[in-house]
Write a protein that binds this ligand. Structure first.
Ligand SMILES: [Zn+2]
Length: 410
């Protein structure tokens, strides 16, 4: 936005928020008594989210243009993800990330930016107020703080703080990339933005290490693992569990035999009718199922062991739903039509993650024999089970996560 229109918009926004009190109920999630502390900042009653970006240009390697691109991509990610979120009640009003996110130039004074914008994305710069709230800003790779909340309109605003990636306010922590915000064309930046915007959209921490809403995810994507930092093309799904395995980075999984869980690996090999001397297997997903390949020595060639074919129909497993959040409300609220007293007490159930089951067959390449299999895919796990030689295998991968399991007799 430029010129007169920008000034008019800025004035309008300022007036809209001029009466809002500053400070007080700051909330960045977790352990807060305030009932609505973890609510999304915006529900579907908000059309537009106005934001600006402010950075310490000397100590933040990403340009404002790159940051803005990544903000827009992170918003687009959630727009897509929330399309697939499941709700029991008030789905329409609870669907977040539908707003238009509009980038404005930040007013020169940070306090003015905080007063006028819905979100200020701050990179390596903070006010005294914020510093006393964060204590040591370097402890955060990033943090989203909701500073104001209107319990009538169920609407908040705040800032998302990112540590600088060099200089005195660089994020602290072991083995983190230097100048991580511009690494891999903004890949780590986009992933951390996805995580923080997840909080803005009301999601708490959940899922495993590689899940975007895991508490350690921002550190994980910035950690130098001796390979290239994660790129912006690599995305994981939260509410589209099936896609996580079929279209995500996990298109193939290599399973090798760790010596301490040899017994479970044997069960795994047994299930797929593979020889016991196999050192590694590779499960590669295809559009309709998966191919199982194996190697008899670490540097040997891959041989096709068998093919998994799944029926196309997806089946929701109702007993495997998990609510990831709830919307805290009081009697003052004016957005939801008729919440029950129970909802006022416990909150309106928020989005839930649902696992999916696919049934199919496994065809052993050597003998041509087939057997029924079930594939269960949830945001946190992939499980293959089935019947083989009169044994029920609940989870042939269980050995891999070290959680016990293996075959059991009916
Ligand atoms: Zn977090």
């Amino acid at each position: 936005m430029r010129g007169g229109a920008a000034i008019m918009t800025a004035l309008w926004i300022f007036v809209a928020f001029a009466t809002t009190a500053w400070g007080g109920n700051w909330s960045s999630g977790g352990g807060v008594a305030q009932k609505d502390a973890n609510n999304a900042w915006f529900l579907a009653n908000v059309d537009t989210v106005n934001y600006c970006i402010v950075r310490d240009a000397d100590h933040v390697s990403a340009s404002e243009e790159l940051i803005d691109q990544m903000i827009q991509r992170a918003v687009a990610y959630w727009k897509d993800q929330f399309t697939f979120a499941q709700y029991d009640v008030y789905a329409e009003i609870q669907r977040t990330a539908r707003q238009k996110f509009v980038h404005h130039p930040c007013p020169t004074q940070l306090d003015d930016a905080l007063a006028t914008m819905d979100i200020v994305f701050q990179f390596g710069v903070f006010t005294d107020n914020q510093k006393s709230y964060l204590r040591d800003p370097r402890d955060y790779i990033a943090v989203s703080v909701r500073t104001v909340y209107d319990p009538k309109q169920l609407r908040g605003k705040g800032f998302v703080y990112f540590s600088a990636d060099s200089g005195p306010w660089q994020y602290s922590g072991e083995h983190l990339f230097n100048q991580g915000w511009s690494a891999s064309n903004g890949g780590p930046l986009m992933h951390v933005l996805i995580h923080e915007l997840g909080h803005v959209f009301g999601l708490p921490h959940f899922g495993g290490t590689f899940d975007v809403m895991n508490g350690g995810y921002p550190a994980f994507v910035l950690t130098d693992l001796g390979s290239k930092p994660i790129g912006p093309e690599t995305v994981f799904n939260v509410f589209k569990p099936l896609e996580q395995f079929f279209a995500g980075v996990d298109r193939e999984k290599i399973f090798c035999a760790p010596s301490n869980v040899q017994q479970y690996f044997k069960a795994f090999l047994q299930f797929f009718s593979l020889d016991e001397n196999i050192s590694c297997t590779r499960l590669r997903m295809t559009a309709t199922g998966a191919e199982m390949h194996y190697k008899t020595s670490p540097n040997g060639p891959l041989t096709l062991g068998g093919i998994l074919t799944f029926e196309s129909a997806l089946q929701y497993q109702k007993d495997e739903e998990q609510y990831v959040s709830s919307l805290g409300i009081t009697a003052d609220q004016q957005i939801l039509p008729n919440p029950t007293d129970l909802m006022r007490l416990t909150g309106v159930p928020g989005p839930k993650v649902v696992s999916m089951l696919r049934s199919g067959t496994y065809r052993d390449e050597k003998t041509g024999n087939t057997r029924p299999v079930q594939l269960r895919i949830a945001p946190k796990e992939i499980r293959i089970g089935g019947l083989h030689e009169e044994k029920i295998f609940f989870d042939v991968f269980r050995f891999y996560s070290g959680g016990g399991g293996g075959p059991s007799n009916p």
